[in-house]
Write a protein that binds this ligand. Structure first.
Ligand SMILES: C[S@@+](CC[C@H](N)C(=O)[O-])C[C@H]1O[C@@H](n2cnc3c(N)ncnc32)[C@H](O)[C@@H]1O
Length: 227
């Protein structure tokens, strides 16, 4: 899900919180329901296609150094399509947890996979990145979603130290920011704690439709974070 905005983005309750492993297991057991414009899992709007221009910008940032690009979270594959379209990249590694999303990805990008331009790891990033060496990527695009509504903080914060470890010096990191206008002070502090010192962003205009339950603003921040 993108977190429902009525629940104040991704700051929510601790009570009744079951273990993260249970949330992961439940996520994998649920059907991934694709329509032409949307992916839903567990009844949550995981991704909608109005984000295309924003995804294009994230992909441009992540591929701006060329080389090896890591993407976490496949969804509708919109950003993956833009990453693949970049002539500068050598290889695009995608980590995606949900097996039906992986099946969709492998069907859509079968030629890119056969040509060695893309590989898909069917795993949660929390398991998959352990096997990836330090400083092995030139760019990282992170766009997962909370697996439950009891998220205590922005769900991508735990990935920051891993992003720093996995990037080469001068490598670039971007992600779905969950911020409409700026990188907030707490957000920036966590980037700095992970090791990042070059923190920049752009504000991208968007037009979410009335049925979108996770975003009501007309802009989203595209982070531009350099190692
Ligand atoms: C918002 S969608 C990604 C949208 C994508 N950027 C696009 O352009 O369509 C989030 C995806 O992340 C996956 N996901 C959620 N948590 C994950 C995790 N911890 N590790 C790997 N994949 C995860 C979900 O199954 C879902 O397919």
């Amino acid at each position: 899900m993108r977190a429902p905005s009525a629940l104040c983005c991704r700051f929510i309750f601790l009570e009744n919180m079951v273990s993260y492993k249970q949330y992961q297991d439940r996520w994998l057991q649920q059907q991934a329901v694709y329509s032409p414009s949307e992916l839903t899992i567990l009844g949550y709007q995981v991704m909608q296609d109005w984000e295309s221009q924003y995804m294009k910008r994230l992909a441009e940032i992540a591929t701006s150094q060329g080389g090896y690009v890591l993407e976490v979270g496949f969804g509708l594959g919109i950003s993956a399509g833009f990453v693949q379209a970049s002539p500068a990249i050598h290889k695009h590694t995608v980590i995606e947890a949900h097996p039906e999303v992986v099946k969709f990805a492998r069907t859509r990008f079968n030629q890119n996979i056969a040509a060695g331009k893309m590989e898909i790891l069917n795993s949660f990033w929390e398991d998959a990145t352990r096997d990836l060496p330090d400083a092995s990527f030139d760019g990282i695009l992170f766009d997962t979603c909370p697996l439950h509504q009891e998220t205590v903080f922005f769900h991508y914060f735990p990935f920051f130290p891993e992003a720093y470890r996995l990037l080469r010096p001068n490598g670039i990191f971007t992600y779905f920011s969950d911020e409409p206008r700026e990188i907030s002070a707490d957000h920036e502090r966590l980037l700095r704690q992970a090791g990042f010192q070059q923190i920049d962003f752009e504000v991208v205009p968007v037009t979410p439709p009335a049925d979108c339950r996770y975003w009501t603003h007309n802009t989203i921040v595209a982070p531009i974070i350099r190692k």
